[in-house]
Design a protein around this ligand. Sequence first.
Ligand SMILES: [Zn+2]
Length: 83
Amino acid sequence: MMSCARAGQLLEGQINQDLSWTGLLELRAHLVICSICRTYRRQALEIRRLVRTAQRPDQTLKMPEIVKTRIARRIAEATELGP
Ligand SMILES: [Zn+2]
């Protein structure tokens, strides 16, 4: 089974619109079984939306990094505690 770390890489690719169709299939298959990555994806897409709609460049650079770090830590914790 694909790891959440791998899924995260594919997800970044999808968000940057730089993901092959095989990668997309891999990612979809993982999202079906992994609620953590589904949550991560939803939040990542929300971040992308915020970045796109944000007017001030200094905010677009700083805020998403903080959020990404928090989400990554949460995934790491969930992975350690998971089954
Ligand atoms: Zn996952």
